[in-house]
Design a protein around this ligand. Structure first.
Ligand code: NAP
Ligand code: HSE
Length: 424
């Protein structure tokens, strides 16, 4: 068979690892793909940049028309990131009849409907395994292996950078900034790391996973997204005392009332299956009927794991296998507002160190039907920290209680609120 002509759009962390995999394992990959894989063009931003991979200079270009107009290029592999110019390059590539492989979750979350629709119209492959979970083959699992299931829940740790940061803050006591620099040096973080730290990267991935799992496109604006910037070592310390580990969780549930989708820092009991998922590792828990419960685990970021996902997509294109129909959102479902969700909460206040304060705050919780699970008041001083963990309560009721407590004279401030999930 004719070789598969590949254009790599981007030669950074992921692009370099894809290049290495295809060139060093060419013979084996060709056997598995049923035809040889040939890199014909590599699009970069700066042709003069020194690179960690040794690439023949004639392959490099800064001109996208050398990809679009080259009849020998069958598939465009987009590992540039961001929206502009990636969206334009993919649109033009699809219109030129090229198959698409992308690792770009932001692009898929924001322009997936248009691009997948266009790919279906043009009859080209559009694969995106690397957009969620790094090296974990979760997208094909949801789209293909679990196609017979009604999926009711997808929940997990789906950002390597923040999981690395939270692990290193808890284990080594280093700051968020130090841990982020390390994650950047290891190639885990996005070009703009606020996408990781502020939770957007997880929001994009949850949109992709939830849309496939529930067969209905989620709306990014309706996903509640909170990042880890407000997490302090004090909260991690209280968490330890309470027997909790802190994780940035993505949670999507298909309920009779609609879809619930949220991303937020979460305390989970140390015995929880996700509590031991550390460093760059990701894990995704899936609940479906008839399959029951499933757990996927692996490296969620970094060049090599991501190259594994990208190359498997390229092999699907070479074999003309995998789901040719790109868009799997066949239904329309209601997405629930955050106020209706039910959760337990950890809340840390700074309060006056005097008798009766605990009672006043507990009474305000009681007036708003917020039942308390535990309380920690240690040390002396002005102000003194006071920590509560509630039982399950509707978000709206909890927020009302907090507003009332904030106005008490004995309360300096609400230092932090973190949701608690006891069950998977
Ligand atoms: P990166 O290291 O920043 O690499 C980006 C590459 O794109 C560079 O080679 C850059 O060229 C090129 N580029 C940037 N702007 C361009 C433009 N206007 N025209 C042509 N080329 C341009 O990024 P990365 O970490 O590899 O991530 C790439 C994508 O994979 C992103 O969508 C990211 O979300 C996704 N992803 C990353 C990981 C990970 O662990 N890093 C994991 C899964 C998915 P120069 O080299 O000339 O600057
Ligand atoms: N920045 C992302 C992460 C890359 O840390 O998970 C993988 O998608």
């Amino acid at each position: 068979m004719k070789p598969l002509g590949i254009a790599l759009l981007g030669l950074g962390t992921v692009g370099s690892a894809v290049y290495n995999t295809i060139t060093t394992q060419n013979t084996e990959l060709a056997k598995r793909a049923g035809r040889s894989l040939e890199i014909r063009r590599i699009l970069v931003k700066d042709i003069t940049k020194s690179r960690t991979v040794n690439v023949p200079s004639h392959l490099l270009t800064t001109d996208i028309s050398q990809v679009i107009d080259d009849p020998e290029v069958d598939v465009a592999v987009e590992v540039i990131g961001g929206i502009i110019p990636a969206v334009e390059y993919l649109r033009d590539s699809i219109l030129a009849g090229k198959h698409i492989v992308t690792a770009n979750k932001e692009l898929l979350a924001k322009h997936g409907k248009e691009l997948l629709g266009l790919a279906d119209k043009q009859g080209v492959h559009f694969h995106f395994e690397a957009t969620a979970g790094g090296g974990i083959p979760i997208i094909k699992a949801l789209k293909e292996s679990l196609a017979a299931n009604e999926i009711s829940k997808v929940m997990g740790i789906i950002n390597g950078t923040t999981n690395y940061i939270l692990t290193e803050m808890a284990v080594r006591g280093i700051s968020l900034e130090e841990a982020l620099s390390e994650a950047q040096a290891k190639g885990y973080a996005e070009a703009d790391p606020s996408s990781d730290v502020d939770g957007y990267d997880v929001g994009y991935k949850l949109l992709i996973l939830g849309s496939i799992a529930f067969g209905a496109r989620l709306d990014l604006d309706k996903i509640n997204i909170e990042g880890i910037r407000r997490i302090s070592s004090i909260d991690l310390e209280y968490g330890r005392k309470l027997g909790y580990t802190l994780k940035l969780l993505a949670i999507a549930k298909d309920t009779p009332k609609g879809i619930e989708a949220r991303v937020h820092p979460t305390f989970i009991p140390n015995r929880h299956p996700l509590a031991s998922v550390s460093g760059v590792f990701n894990a995704v828990y899936v609940e479906g009927d008839p399959v029951g419960e499933l757990m996927f685990y692996g490296r969620g970021a970094g060049g090599s794991p991501t190259a594994s996902a990208v190359c498997s997509d390229i092999i699907d294109v070479a074999r003309d296998s995998g789901t040719k129909r790109a868009c799997s959102c066949l239904n329309v479902k209601n997405q629930l507002p955050m106020e209706t969700t039910i959760s337990k909460y950890y809340v840390r206040f700074s309060v006056l160190d005097q008798p009766g304060v605990l009672g006043q705050i507990a009474a305000a919780f009681g007036r708003n039907n917020v039942s308390l699970h535990s309380v920690i008041q240690q040390g002396r001083g002005e102000p003194v920290p006071l920590v509560f963990v509630t039982h399950e309560v509707k978000e709206a009721g909890f927020c009302q209680a907090i507003e009332e407590i904030k106005s008490l004279d004995c309360v300096f401030q609400v230092d932090n609120v973190i949701r608690v999930e006891e069950e998977v």
